[in-house]
Write a protein that binds this ligand. Structure first.
Ligand code: IMP
Length: 427
C-alpha cells in the first residue's frame, strides 16, 4: 500500500492522532495537507502525552519524514512553539525530518484577531470556530491577498505584501470592529524573524512527496478535522475552511489523485462535535454528560466540552461514499462499555420524508429528526483486549452490525488511548 489517506469521517476528534501515529510505524513519509493549528491530534506514548496541532503525528517516530503541505494554513508562532516543545521533550526535529511547503499560506496575528471579532459580529449565527485564524487565512488565500511561507523568507517582499494586507485589515479591525489596530512595523519584523527560523524546514514539499511515492516509499496522508466539516461537503456554513477528505490531498499536498492507493476513514463508535451547527444524532442532559465523561470529550485545541451523540450511520456512509473509503477504523469502542443498550442512527426524517442516504441537498438540517435503533451493550472493561475474538459477544455484534450498515470493512478497532490499544479486525 504505497500511499494511504487517513481522514476523519465525522465532525473531527475521531482519534486520528493516535491511529496515524500507530500507522506511521510502517510508513516512510507522513503528510498534512489541509487545516492548521485548529487540529489537535493527541498521541499517548507510554506515560507521555503529546498534542500535535501542525506537525504530522509521524514526528514521534525517529525515522520518518514529516511534511506540511501547501494546503495547510501555517501559524508560524504555533509551529515554532510545537518544534520547541518537542525538542524540549527530547523528540528529534530538524530540517531533515520536518519539511514545510514554501507555498503554504501563513496565518498572521490579524487572522486570529479577525477570526474572534467576526464570531462576535455573527452573534447568534456564530460558527464556534477554534479562533486560530483559519477562516480569515483561507479567505485571503482565495481572495489572493494572502502571504505564503516563501514570502516570509524574503524580507522586502514580506514587508510589501504584509504591509499592504495590514493596511486593509487594520481598517477592518479599527473602523468596523472598533478595536485597536496592529502595529505594522512590529508585525513585519516579528514575522520576518520567524521566517528566518522556519528557513531550514522550507521545501518544495509537493515535489518531495511525489518523488517519495515514485521511489516506492510508503506515504501516509494525515487528514485533520472530518468530512462533515468539509468546506464543500460538510454542514455548511458550520464547517472549517478546507477540504478535509481525500479530495483535499491533490491540491493540498500537490499529489495526483490517481496515486492515492487506499483511503481509510476514522470514526468513533459514537459521535461528538465541537462548535455550533447540525448534529442530528446529538444527545443532551445526563445521557450526554455520561458519554462526555466516559470518553473524556474535551477539545484538544480549545478545551471546550464536546457535544456528544450516538453513531450516525447516515453521516458516516456519506463520508465514506464521498471519499471512496476502502476501509475504516472504529475508535473509542471501550467508551461504550457499561451501557445497557447502544443506540445508533439509521435514518433521518423531516415531515413525510425519510432519508437513509445523507440529504446533502437540504439548506438546513434544523428540522431533521433521527431514527435510532439499538443493540444490547456489554459491561466488561475491554481496554486490554487485543484480539477481536476476545471481545464480549455483544461488543463483537455491535462492531459487525455497524460495519454492515456502513458498507465498508472495519480494519482496526481502538480500545484505549495508548499506542498499543488496538485490535486488528482479522484477529
Ligand atoms: P475553524 O476551523 O477554527 O474555523 O472552526 C470551524 C468549525 O470547525 C468549528 O465548529 C470548530 O469547532 C470545528 N473544528 C475545527 N477544527 C477542528 C478539529 O480539529 N476537531 C473538531 N472540530 C474542529
Amino acid at each position: 500500500m504505497p500511499s494511504l489517506s487517513v481522514f476523519g469521517a465525522q465532525w473531527g476528534d475521531e482519534g486520528k492522532g493516535k491511529l496515524i501515529d500507530f500507522l506511521a510505524e510502517a510508513k516512510d513519509v507522513v503528510v498534512r495537507y489541509q487545516g492548521g493549528a485548529n487540529a489537535g491530534h493527541t498521541v499517548v506514548v507510554g506515560e507521555e502525552k503529546y498534542v500535535l496541532h501542525l506537525i504530522p503525528s509521524g514526528i514521534l517516530h525517529p525515522d520518518k519524514v514529516n511534511m506540511i503541505g501547501q494546503g495547510v494554513a501555517v501559524d508560524p508562532i504555533k509551529l515554532l512553539e510545537e518544534v520547541d516543545g518537542l525538542l524540549a521533550r527530547g523528540i528529534h526535529v530538524d530540517g531533515d525530518n520536518l519539511r514545510l511547503a514554501a507555498g503554504a499560506h501563513v496565518i498572521f496575528e490579524h487572522h486570529k484577531r479577525i477570526d474572534g471579532l467576526a464570531e462576535i459580529w455573527r452573534g447568534e449565527g456564530r460558527i464556534g470556530t477554534t479562533g486560530r485564524g483559519i477562516g480569515p487565512c483561507y479567505g485571503d488565500k482565495a481572495a489572493r491577498t494572502g502571504l505564503r511561507v516563501a514570502d516570509l523568507l524574503d524580507p522586502e517582499r514580506a514587508k510589501d505584501r504584509l504591509g499592504a494586507a495590514l493596511a486593509e485589515k487594520n481598517a477592518l479591525i479599527e473602523r468596523v470592529h472598533g478595536e485597536t489596530p496592529l502595529d505594522v512595523a512590529e508585525q513585519i519584523e516579528s514575522y520576518v524573524s520567524m521566517g528566518d527560523r522556519l528557513r531550514p524546514f522550507v521545501a518544495d514539499v509537493g515535489a518531495e512527496v511525489r518523488r517519495a511515492y515514485k521511489e516506492g516509499r510508503e506515504v501516509l496522508f494525515e487528514g485533520a478535522q472530518g468530512v462533515m466539516l468539509d468546506i464543500d461537503h460538510g454542514t455548511y456554513p458550520y464547517v472549517t475552511s478546507s477540504s478535509t477528505g481525500v479530495g483535499g490531498i491533490s491540491g493540498g499536498a500537490a499529489f495526483p489523485p490517481q496515486h492515492i492507493d487506499e483511503a481509510w476513514g476514522i470514526a468513533k463508535a459514537y459521535c461528538t462535535r465541537v462548535g455550533e451547527g447540525p448534529f442530528p444524532s446529538e444527545i443532551f442532559g445526563d445521557e450526554a454528560e455520561a458519554l462526555r465523561k466516559a470518553g473524556n470529550e474535551f477539545g484538544a485545541t480549545t478545551g471546550r466540552p464536546r457535544r456528544a451523540g450516538w453513531f450516525d450511520a447516515v453521516a458516516v456512509r456519506y463520508a465514506f461514499d464521498l471519499t471512496g473509503a476502502s476501509g475504516w477504523i472504529m475508535t473509542k469502542l471501550d467508551v461504550l462499555s457499561g451501557l445497557d443498550e447502544i443506540p445508533y442512527a439509521v435514518a433521518y426524517r423531516s415531515g413525510s420524508e425519510r432519508w437513509t442516504e445523507y440529504p446533502a441537498h437540504l439548506a438546513s438540517m434544523d428540522d431533521v429528526q433521527v431514527e435510532f435503533e439499538t443493540m444490547p451493550g456489554w459491561s466488561e472493561d475491554i481496554t486490554s483486549v487485543r484480539s477481536f475474538a476476545d471481545l464480549p459477544a455483544n461488543a463483537r455484534a455491535y462492531v459487525e452490525h455497524i460495519e454492515a450498515i456502513t458498507g465498508v470493512p472495519i480494519v482496526m478497532i481502538s480500545v484505549g488511548p495508548g499506542r498499543e490499544a488496538v485490535i486488528h479486525r482479522s484477529s
